[in-house]
Structures are given as structure tokens and as C-alpha cells.
Design a protein around this ligand. Structure first.
Ligand SMILES: Nc1nc2c(c(=O)[nH]1)N[C@H]1C(S)=C(S)[C@@H](COP(=O)(O)O)O[C@H]1N2
Ligand SMILES: [Mo]
Length: 431
């Protein structure tokens, strides 16, 4: 038995990437890996927190209607009443989540490149402890790639997921962050030592001609037989930085808006939103979800349920009731948002009072759209009672366009766009 183990560990690696001589980049080494690692160490927790907040913003604990990940179980432990203050909260958290995710792509790729010899360690598994470490790396690398790919596909409206994006991205995030925490706790010491081993400013002044490999390291990142450099460390850091900057420039405009909006070349919702009072981004058009003009024409009524018999209103009757205005943006989970638009309509709080439930704890909102994703939502008490929460009938002084939700839509401060239901025809208030 003993001799067999001895013989296996003496087995020479197969030719190719498992041999140390295969990897020859002279700039690969603990310092460069740690520079990229440090950026991810700051960025990934921000992505995780803003992502977890985005999930909380859906109010998934209000019921299966809002819950994009049924069976989340303990993973929903942190859910809380999503606030309505400040009204731009979701615009900020989700703008940061999506923009930062795009910006970190080059850093992630560079980090993976810098440690690729580790992927081809020989022997692949040397002991139980080593095997566990390898498994955690699999979850780390797999989790990172999975989260970035699903996120980017989603913001590019490229829905090819086997199942709901929310469920996959949410479970993936927890697997990834657990592996990330293990990895950081194992590597933090080595990372700080590696960062101290070279001076960043001196490194940024070192050109190609003076680029030398780092001293040999126990992890084997530094090549055993380095090739002549074709790029300095300055060049590598600069290339990654330029890539991130370029992604920032073509992404961030979709969240910030104003004149920057036209720079958001990668944003699928950047396409000319038209002009006039209704000239701002549309997510799903009425036609694309089967909402026809006939459904929202003269036959349309608003039903309001609560205590006692249902109330039924025509749009004309609603327009004759006391109306209020609020300046609110639409902020989508995909990261794009509009500037503040001036919405006007009926306060949800007033409608709750009409329904005989002035202290209503929740409201079920249903649209004329066929039952399915986004056609209905639950809102909670704090959202109903914010004076800026509206069943909007008009925007920027004009009637809502069909695509923006005519005859009536929900607008609630700090609410994710998807919960601002369009083409509403029934409100059911509950205690
Ligand atoms: N009934 C209904 N309401 C809906 C949607 C939908 O598909 N159906 N899309 C939601 C999403 S995801 C967003 S981001 C906002 C976008 O509003 P807008 O198209 O007016 O910009 O509407 C929300 N309301
Ligand atoms: Mo959305």
C-alpha cells in the first residue's frame, strides 16, 4: 500500500500544461495576482451586498407572487421591509450592482489568467485536505464565472437560462460568496505579503526592458523557466484598467442618465426612447406582452377591493378625484434607470382608505395582462402609506402612453421597476 502511494506521487506529470515548464509568462507571480485579487476583494463584497439588497427590494417574503426564488429557505434570513426612502435607493444600489459587475469583468479574467498554472497542479488531488482545497477552488472559480455570465446575459436581455434567472443568480451568489470567504481567509496573509514584496509606484515606472520575474514562490505561479517578457507588469495592469474603464464608460450612462445616456453603448435600453412627456425608456411594450388597446379602452375599469363590497371606477371618475404628484425614476433590475419623471395620480393611501382599510398592511396589484411574470405584485404597508406612492394616471403632464401603462400604473418610491406594475385593473387591500 505504502509503495503504491509512493509510486503515484512520483508519477511524472503528463506532457503539456501539467508540467511546470509549460507556463512561461515572466510577469505571472504572487504580486500581480494579489493586485488583481485586492481589487476583487473590495469589489465582490459590494456586488454581493447590492445583489442581496436587490433581492430584498422585491419583498419576496410577501408571498409567492413576488418570490422569484421559492424554497430559498434560510437564505432569506436577512429580508427586511424594503424602505421607500430615499426614493432613489434602488436606482443607486442596482446601478452600482450592474455597473460594477461589468467593470470587474477584465479584473476577473486577469486574475484567472494569473493563477491558471494552479488549475493544472500535479497531482490533481494529493490528500483529503488538498482535495477539499481544490473543491473550494472549483466552487470559487465556477461560482464567479456562473455569476458573471448569468448577470451579463440578463442585462443583455439574453434569456437562455434553464429556469429563472433570479433563482440561479441568487443561489449561485451564496455558493460563490461562501467559497470566496474561504478563499480570502486562506489567502489574505499571503496576499498582503505579496503586495508588500514590491512597490506599486516603482512597478508602474518599470518598462518592458527592465521587467524581471518575481522570485520563486511556493505556489508555483512564478514560472520555472520564464520566457522573455512581451509585456511589463505596468502594461498588464494598464491593459486591465483600460478595459475596466472602457466598460465603465459604455455602461454607466444607462443608470446616471442625462447627457451620459448616449454613451451607454452596451445598454439594450439605450435605444432612442423618443421625445415628449412619455419619451423615456420602455421595458416591455404593451404589444410584446399582449396588452391590446381594446383591453384598456372604454371597457377598462379599476376595481378596488378591501373591506365591504368592491368599488369600481372608470378612468374619468379617477381623474375627477383628488390627485397628487411625485417625481420618481424607474429603476430596473437590469441596471438602467430613467431620470425622475413627474407622475400624477391617486395616492395608494387614499385608495386604501376608500377601500375601508386605511391601515392596510399590503395590497395585491393586478394588471390586465395575462397572468405571468410581472403581471401582478404585492406591495407592503410602508409602500402604501408613503404619500408619494401613486396609482399614476399621467406622467409629465400628459396621459400615460400605452407602453408606459395606460390607463393606470403603480409608481412607488425606491421600488424596483418590475414592481411598478403597468396596466393595473385591480387593487386588493389587505389588513
Ligand atoms: N404589467 C406589467 N407591468 C410591468 C412590466 C410588465 O412586463 N408587465 N414590466 C416591469 C418592469 S421589469 C419595469 S423595469 C417597468 C418599466 O416601466 P416602463 O416600461 O414604463 O419604463 O415596468 C414594470 N411593469
Ligand atoms: Mo425591469
Amino acid at each position: 500500500m505504502k509503495t503504491t502511494v509512493g509510486r503515484i506521487s512520483e508519477t511524472p506529470p503528463p506532457p503539456g500544461p501539467f508540467r511546470r515548464g509549460f507556463w512561461r509568462s515572466p510577469i505571472r507571480g504572487p504580486w500581480l495576482t494579489s493586485v488583481f485579487g485586492l481589487v476583487l476583494l473590495v469589489g465582490i463584497p459590494v456586488l454581493f451586498v447590492t445583489g442581496a439588497l436587490s433581492y430584498a427590494a422585491y419583498n419576496p417574503d410577501l408571498g409567492p407572487l413576488n418570490d422569484q426564488t421559492p424554497d430559498k429557505g434560510l437564505l432569506g434570513f436577512y429580508l427586511f421591509d424594503w424602505p421607500t426612502h430615499p426614493y432613489w435607493l434602488y436606482r443607486l444600489t442596482q446601478g452600482v450592482h450592474v455597473t460594477l459587475g461589468a467593470v470587474l469583468v477584465p479584473v476577473l479574467l486577469a486574475k484567472l489568467w494569473s493563477v491558471i498554472p494552479k488549475l493544472f497542479e500535479w497531482l490533481p488531488v494529493r490528500s483529503i485536505a488538498h482535495g477539499l482545497e481544490r473543491l473550494s477552488l472549483l466552487l470559487l472559480v465556477g461560482g464567479a464565472i456562473f455569476e458573471f455570465v448569468t448577470g451579463i446575459f440578463n442585462i443583455q436581455l439574453f434569456y437562455i437560462f434553464p429556469g429563472s434567472f433570479y433563482t440561479l443568480h441568487f443561489y449561485g451568489a451564496w455558493v460563490f460568496i461562501a467559497a470566496f470567504a474561504v478563499h480570502v481567509s486562506l489567502k489574505l496573509g499571503r496576499m498582503t505579503r505579496a503586495l508588500r514584496s514590491r512597490n506599486l509606484l516603482a512597478e508602474l515606472r518599470t518598462d518592458l526592458a527592465h521587467t524581471r520575474p518575481e522570485p520563486p514562490d511556493p505556489d508555483g505561479l512564478v514560472p520555472a523557466s520564464p520566457a522573455a517578457p512581451t509585456m511589463s507588469r505596468r502594461g498588464a495592469v494598464g491593459l486591465v484598467g483600460a478595459g475596466s474603464l472602457a466598460l465603465l464608460v459604455v455602461t454607466v450612462g444607462q443608470s446616471i442618465g442625462g447627457r451620459l445616456r448616449s454613451t451607454a453603448l452596451l445598454a439594450p435600453h439605450n435605444r432612442n426612447p423618443g421625445s415628449g412627456p412619455n419619451g423615456f425608456q420602455i421595458n416591455k411594450t404593451a404589444a410584446s406582452v399582449g396588452v391590446t388597446p381594446a383591453l384598456v379602452g372604454p371597457v377598462w375599469r379599476l376595481e378596488v377591493h378591501g373591506r365591504g363590497p368592491a368599488l369600481v371606477f372608470t378612468r374619468g371618475q379617477l381623474l375627477a378625484m383628488p390627485r397628487h404628484a411625485a417625481a420618481l425614476p424607474i429603476a430596473c433590475v437590469e441596471g438602467w434607470s430613467t431620470e425622475d419623471q413627474l407622475w400624477s395620480g391617486l395616492r395608494l393611501a387614499d385608495l386604501a382608505a376608500l377601500a375601508g382599510l386605511p391601515d392596510g398592511g399590503s395590497v395585491l396589484v393586478e394588471s390586465v395582462q395575462q397572468p405571468g411574470p410581472y403581471s401582478s405584485v404585492m406591495l407592503r404597508g410602508n409602500q402604501i402609506h408613503d404619500p408619494r406612492s401613486l396609482l399614476a394616471l399621467q406622467v409629465n403632464g400628459a396621459d400615460l402612453s400605452l407602453d408606459h401603462g395606460f390607463p393606470a400604473r403603480i409608481m412607488v418610491p425606491a421600488n424596483p421597476g418590475v414592481n411598478n406594475t403597468k396596466w393595473v385593473h385591480r387593487l386588493t387591500f389587505r389588513t
